[in-house]
Design a protein around this ligand. Structure first.
Ligand SMILES: *[C@@H]1O[C@H](CO)[C@@H](O)[C@H](O)[C@H]1NC(C)=O
Ligand SMILES: *[C@@H]1O[C@H](CO)[C@@H](O)[C@H](O)[C@H]1NC(C)=O
Ligand SMILES: *[C@@H]1O[C@H](CO)[C@@H](O)[C@H](O)[C@H]1NC(C)=O
Length: 648
């Protein structure tokens, strides 16, 4: 179709939208009220909307223009709406800019008159049972920026008319029943977030404009090309035989996409990749042998995320999932440096233990990171439970190590895990601290991490954990120091999920030189180029990323193994750039309507913390004070109102 013609159509529709939106506001608010009441009668009989009050502007989930103008937002996530949304309801709210009806039980189709809502910027209908095709009038929503129709039963093909939605930045269509091919000329200049995975009847090639999207955006489909295996011209792409898989919880999802079926054409791609991988592997083996030969040692040369844990034996555990270590470094450590001893900092423990006790304790891996591997060790006879950090190898002199550790140990605060002892030899460096808390925040949020399960953490818990962590970090800053490696796996949450301890402070500065920057995850502030010089401002940035992670439930880039992750600060800014909507929040807290304002305040704080320019970020003391205020408010409001607090 000629471009000029499209332009004219677009311009006409645009005018229509403007004229429609501009008509007498006072009168239209009455029409909006009638439409809302019809909506309530059809799908939301339990909505606490008082038909007696003249204005709908104070109703739950309804937002009006300033000064009591027309209804501009209808947001009812998880509000137990059921059934078909009739025409003449939502479609009559023609000034609407944001519509969120996600996580309900809406069925039938997308309302056929949705196209009347020409002011709509954000449309969130995910997590319902909407069926049928995307209605024709839909493509007159020319201002649409965010569209999420995922997790419904929408069928039909993906229309080339999507090209009309020039402002679209988010297009989420995953977990539906879409079929056919993707329009070859699909090209949305503003598109940032795209997903069509788990539409198993989609076939054909990924359009050129989407070739740069991650493969997981297309998993569980019959698509080929782009980030997927190349299309074979002769045979049609293999249709996926399995019905669409049940929706897994987020952490499992990425593994799911990884193991998803590969079409026949994949083999060529894999062969090339495998050849490259083989070369790399060979190089690594040669290097390892060389290193080993020189050092005459029989254990892995390096500790990193992938190295096998070797530090302590596992004799007994009381947890279900435990990683067993295979070999013991104790021989080497004790023979080569028999004179070395465990050094206690700040006094001997009540029940003394030595290196040998430590190395024979029953232990489990708590986590691995670029600074080393952490174990939970239960000393013989249950004398004590300690956390042992086996540091990655780094060329560091004993004196420097000792002085630094003494400094770290001097920092005592109720939100810091107390450091008790260290061990230093040329090849082995251990730090022993009290074992505190129940599990790392990262494990509670995303699962994984040994014995800790993903837990349902309400917003109040999250805010309290954030407060405790902020206080810990603020204390470090107050002492003139910086943490250097703030991330959710370095925040240990207590058993009651209302407090936390910050761990691993100062270690990045101690070992940072030996770590390539690109190995460090999405928590790193943009200005940090030397890990040993992590500033307080950089800590604030990292802390902001943790806050975003707690609010959105998403891990930042490269933070959780096997999970793509996103650049969280960038992602959140992209989603909230137009309006501050609640759509960024983790599904398991988003329904806590009583806390929405506080969530929004914490989100704004997190965004400030992750400002690109260090001098614009708040100080940690200010962050702690602001979170304290949020916690106070949310606790005060908690029991006032429990509508919408559906547990999922
Ligand atoms: C929606 O608008 C149409 C056309 O203006 C009108 O006939 C209908 O009554 C409205 N529906 C409601 C529920 O007010
Ligand atoms: C896609 O599904 C619709 C009904 O849902 C059907 O009418 C159409 O023929 C299907 N198209 C293809 C290419 O399979
Ligand atoms: C697409 O959605 C699937 C299923 O929800 C998810 O596993 C995958 O990570 C998503 N990918 C992207 C790039 O959003």
């Amino acid at each position: 179709m000629p471009r000029a013609a499209v332009g004219v159509v677009v311009a006409l529709l645009w005018c229509a939208a403007l004229i429609g939106g501009g008509a007498g506001a006072g009168q239209d608010l009455a029409a909006d009220t009638a439409a809302l009441l019809a909506f309530r009668d059809a799908v939301g009989p339990r909505l606490p909307w008082a038909s007696s009050s003249s204005s709908p502007c104070g109703w739950r989930g309804v937002r009006c223009e300033a000064g009591g103008g027309r209804v501009v937002a209808l947001q009812l996530p998880g509000a137990k709406l059921v059934g078909r949304v009739p025409t003449g309801t939502v479609g009559n709210l023609t000034a609407l800019r944001t519509l969120s009806l996600r996580s309900n039980a809406l069925s039938g189709g997308i309302p056929a008159d949705i196209g009347n809502c020409g002011e709509l910027r954000a449309l969130y209908l995910q997590g319902n049972q909407l069926a049928g095709e995307v209605p024709e009038g839909f493509f007159s929503l020319l201002l649409l920026q965010r569209l999420d129709l995922s997790r419904n039963r929408i069928t039909g093909s993906i229309s080339p008319e999507f090209n009309k939605l020039r402002r679209l930045a988010t297009l989420y269509l995953e977990n539906n029943g879409l079929n056919g091919t993707l329009p070859a000329d699909l090209d949305l200049p503003k598109l940032q977030l795209f997903n069509v995975s788990n539409n198993d009847q989609l076939t054909g090639a990924v359009p050129a404009s989407l070739a740069g999207k991650p493969a997981s955006a297309f998993s569980g489909t019959g698509l080929c090309g782009g980030p997927l295996s190349p299309c074979t011209n002769t045979s049609p792409p293999s249709p996926s035989p399995s019905p669409s898989p049940p929706i897994p919880p987020p952490p499992a999802a990425s593994q799911d996409s990884k193991s998803s079926k590969l079409s026949g054409g994949a083999i060529a791609g894999i062969a090339v990749g495998a050849a490259a991988a083989l070369l790399v592997a060979l190089a690594v083996i040669v290097l390892l042998c060389f290193k080993r030969g020189r050092r005459k040692e029989g254990r892995p040369a390096d500790v990193d995320e992938d190295a096998s844990p070797v530090s302590v034996t596992v004799a007994r555990t009381d947890k279900v999932e435990v990683k067993r270590s295979r070999s013991r470094p104790s021989q080497q450590t004790t023979t080569a440096s028999g004179a070395k001893k465990l050094v206690f900092v700040g006094g001997e423990p009540d029940v003394p233990y030595d290196l040998d006790t430590l190395l024979h304790a029953s232990a489990e891996v708590l986590g691995k990171g670029w600074l080393g591997t952490t174990y939970r060790a239960t000393l013989e006879g249950g004398a004590a439970v300690v956390a042992v950090k086996r540091l990655r190898e780094a060329p560091i002199a004993e004196r420097e190590f000792r002085d630094s550790v003494a400094e770290l140990a001097a920092l005592r605060h109720e939100n810091l895990a107390p450091l008790r002892a260290y061990f230093y030899s040329r090849d082995e460096k251990l730090l022993v601290s009290d074992f505190v808390g129940a599990g790392a925040l990262s494990s509670l949020l995303h699962g994984g991490g040994g014995a800790v399960r993903r837990a349902r953490l309400g917003f109040t818990s999250r805010a309290r954990i954030a407060l405790a962590a902020a206080r810990g970090v603020a204390f470090i800053h107050g002492a003139g120091s910086s943490h250097g490696n703030i991330k959710s796996s370095n925040i240990v949450v207590n058993r009651t999920h209302d407090g936390a301890y910050v761990t691993d402070h100062g270690l990045a500065q101690l070992l940072g030189a030996a770590v390539p920057l690109k190995r460090v995850t999405g928590y790193r502030a943009p200005e940090v180029s030397d890990l040993r010089r992590a500033s307080r401002e950089a800590d604030v940035y990292s802390f902001g990323v943790v806050l975003l992670e707690m609010l959105t439930g998403r891990p930042p880039a490269n933070a959780v193994p096997g999970f793509d992750g996103v650049d969280l600060p960038q992602w959140v800014r992209a989603v909230v750039q137009e309006e501050w909507t609640a759509e960024v929040f983790d599904a398991s807290i988003a329904d806590e309507a009583h806390a929405e304002e506080e969530m929004m305040r914490l989100l704004k704080l997190a965004v400030e913390c992750t400002e690109q320019r260090p001098e614009r970020r708040p100080t940690m003391a200010e962050v702690a004070a602001r979170i304290e205020h949020i916690v106070d408010t949310v606790i005060r409001n908690a029991d006032v109102d429990d509508f919408d607090s559906v547990s999922q």
